[in-house]
Ligand binder design. Structure first.
Ligand code: C6P
Length: 408
């Protein structure tokens, strides 16, 4: 499929509707993306023809379900440059993935007095699991601060990293501001002091080609539902040697090799980390999402989004009373425009835009440390994806005109 925004948009049935009497403009893809027919059909086909549990039954449907499930794992693994599909663990999403690492790797490896380095940009999913680990182990949390444009202050890294640092956990892209973080450089600095690098990739792999080996990281977490896949799907990629050395996260069916009364042994990777019946349809849907995105091409998607972002920054930025948060340089900024407008509360902005058929998100975006850094409670956030167009941004700008009319 060549990059034709009109044709791409037509693949997403949910976009073809009116909301409050106006054609829907969906600018909330950072919260969750819409789903293309290709993904919906793949999930429907599984439930209609192949529905069975995986790795358990010796019958035709179970064989087919297992094949589709493992094929999807291979697709997602290859898509992020993993050396081996066994390094890709299915999870419920980025939150599930980070909790897995913080719990299973963290409890085995982090002790009192050790340090965990995060940043002020992080989503709560990349803060709370580490806080829980720190509370259980006596480790200390440290933070990389951000500058006025929402960029990590990397000059502070040498003073934040030491042989006490056991793990550095940073988002690839900030959901609240759109900041794209220099993961490769941070990973290299982390490794120099012997720390591991964990990446919250919820907003990363969605918009650009990711190669975990090229980035030189140790764990990479992603959510299927932000990249055209179904909700409840996601994955954790980890370096094989680390995954092999880790204790299981959850116990149950499928993750064992042998069970005794007091002791048991664990299944090989990736099954050691996949206790219980997995989200089979979700995995198949996520694999289909990878096929869909690959066919269009991540580079083409990135070029399209970059153009939209430039247009949005110009048009939204020109509105009187607007303040846009996040990097000014488009090279460091992903497909998110986070803003406030005069004294209008972001929830009011969102409500008024909704009445104009424009869906955005307002709030702290599960990134309260970012809000605190700017002394605000919330922002309004418009986020773009491959199915958005310049006309969508024009509608956003028109809607913001209505907001200004009401708030003066
Ligand atoms: N951000 C947003 O509107 P889950 O919910 O597990 O799929 O992803 C959590 C998560 C982790 N990290 C980042 C950077 C994220 O953006 C998100 C999800 C949504 O911004 C919902 S809060």
């Amino acid at each position: 499929m060549t990059f034709d925004p009109v044709r791409i948009r037509a693949e997403f049935p949910a976009l073809a509707q009116n909301v409050n009497g106006k054609p829907l403009v969906y600018l909330d893809s950072a919260a969750t993306s819409q789903k293309p027919r290709h993904v919906l059909r793949a999930m429907e086909a599984y439930y209609e023809h192949d529905n069975a549990n995986v790795h358990r039954g010796i019958h035709e449907l179970s064989r087919r379900a297992t094949e589709a499930f493992e094929e999807a794992r291979g697709k997602v693994a290859r898509w992020i440059g993993a050396a081996d599909p066994a390094e890709l663990i299915w999870t419920s999403g980025t939150t599930g993935s980070i909790n897995l690492v913080a719990s299973a790797w963290g409890l085995d490896n982090v002790r009192a007095g050790d340090e965990i380095l995060l940043s002020v940009l992080e989503h709560h999913s990349n803060i709370i699991p580490w806080q829980l680990l720190a509370r259980r182990t006596g480790a200390r949390l440290r933070y990389i601060e951000i500058d006025d444009q929402g960029r990590l202050i990397l000059d502070d890294l040498p003073s934040l990293l030491s042989d006490r640092t056991k793990v550095v956990a940073i988002s690839h892209v900030s959901n609240a501001l759109g900041t794209v973080n220099p993961i490769k450089a941070i990973a290299a600095a982390a490794h120099e002091v012997g720390a591991l690098m964990v990446v919250d990739g919820a907003q990363g792999a969605v918009h650009a080609k990711v190669d975990v080996q090229e980035l030189g990281v140790d764990f990479y977490a992603l959510s299927g539902h932000k990249m055209c896949g179904p909700t409840g799907s996601g994955a954790l990629w980890g370096r094989r040697d680390l995954l092999e050395a880790m204790s299981p996260y959850q116990g149950g069916g499928e993750m064992i090799h042998f069970v005794g009364r007091d002791e048991s042994t664990w299944a090989e990777l990736p099954h050691k980390f996949e206790a219980g019946t997995p989200n089979i349809a979700g995995a198949i849907g996520m694999g289909a999402a990878v096929d869909f995105l690959s066919e269009i091409g991540m580079e083409a998607i990135q070029v399209h989004e970059r153009r939209l972002l430039a247009y949005a920054m110009d048009r939204v930025g020109a509105i009187e009373g607007i303040r846009i948060y996040g990097p000014e340089s488009l090279d460091e900024h992903s497909a998110v425009v986070s803003f406030t407008l005069g004294d209008a509360h972001p929830h009011d902005i969102s409500t008024i835009l909704d009445s104009e058929g424009v869906a955005i998100r307002a709030g702290h975006h599960c990134a309260q440390l970012v809000m605190k850094r700017y002394g605000i409670a919330a922002t309004a956030r418009a986020s773009f994806y491959l199915y958005n167009s310049e006309e969508d941004i024009d509608r956003l700008v028109e809607g913001l005109g209505v907001v200004r009319g009401i708030f003066g």
